[in-house]
Design a protein around this ligand. Structure first.
Ligand SMILES: [Mg+2]
Length: 230
């Protein structure tokens, strides 16, 4: 194994068409009495970080937020399936993603994984909603592992040792994501960041954060594979 290839989910693998945000706002309203400021961005953040930032902004203390964190995340996850499965939303994978994931999956020198701010149960529901097999992602780090995205690459790196008994160099860890936070999160590990502009950030925005490579989308399988393993 020479590469651990970690995919972000929202904005990278798939477009959830507001399903996640809507589920979170309903959970926040039910738990805290407010859905939070609609201007607060969700992309690039972990689920718990979203709760904390939105509710701090609404005036809640960290003590209040921590005491209700379990409840709000549980409500959020229970509200996801109906929203993800709503045909009016058009939840879908981006062009080329299924082909790229399959191509990485087939390589003997690479292990597929997820590095996402989603809690694990939410990640499972989102991948299922677009027909992706969760179990092909062997080494993962979720928002349920840490509220801080910057800690997630190290979680995945350690799981690689636990699952395969293999210690990779940091530079053999590849993080594929759609936000500056995805690019930044692996820096302390020396991970290779591949940015994709299918989320809310443009190619130019992302390039300014100096990823190893940046793509408009992931449809050029050979070019993306070359950036992953080259
Ligand atoms: Mg994302």
């Amino acid at each position: 194994m020479q590469h651990l290839v970690l995919f972000d989910i929202d904005g990278t693998i798939m477009h959830s068409s507001g399903a996640g945000r809507d589920a979170m706002e309903h959970a926040l309203a039910a738990t805290f009495g407010t859905p939070g400021d609609p201007a607060i961005r969700y992309d690039g953040k972990t689920d718990k970080q979203i709760v904390r930032e939105a509710m701090r902004h609404a005036g809640f203390s960290d003590h209040d937020i921590d005491s209700r964190m379990g409840e709000v995340i549980s409500l959020y996850v229970s509200g996801l399936p109906a929203r993800l499965d709503d045909p009016k939303r058009g939840v879908a994978m981006y062009p080329g993603v299924a082909t790229l994931i399959e191509a990485v999956h087939q390589r003997s020198d690479s292990v597929l994984g997820l590095l996402t701010g989603n809690v694990e149960s939410g990640a499972r529901l989102k991948l299922a909603s677009v027909g992706l097999d969760f179990d092909q992602f062997r080494v993962n780090a979720f928002g349920s592992d840490s509220e801080v995205r910057g800690e997630l690459p190290a979680v995945a790196h350690k799981r690689m040792v636990d699952v395969f008994g293999v210690t990779l160099r940091g530079t053999d860890v590849v993080v594929i994501g759609d936000t500056p936070a995805d690019i930044a999160c692996g820096r302390s590990l020396g991970a290779r960041a591949i940015a994709v502009a299918t989320g809310s950030y443009s190619v130019e925005d992302l390039r300014g954060h100096e990823p190893h490579a940046v793509f408009a989308d992931l449809s050029d399988t050979d070019a993306v594979l070359a950036a992953i393993v080259g």
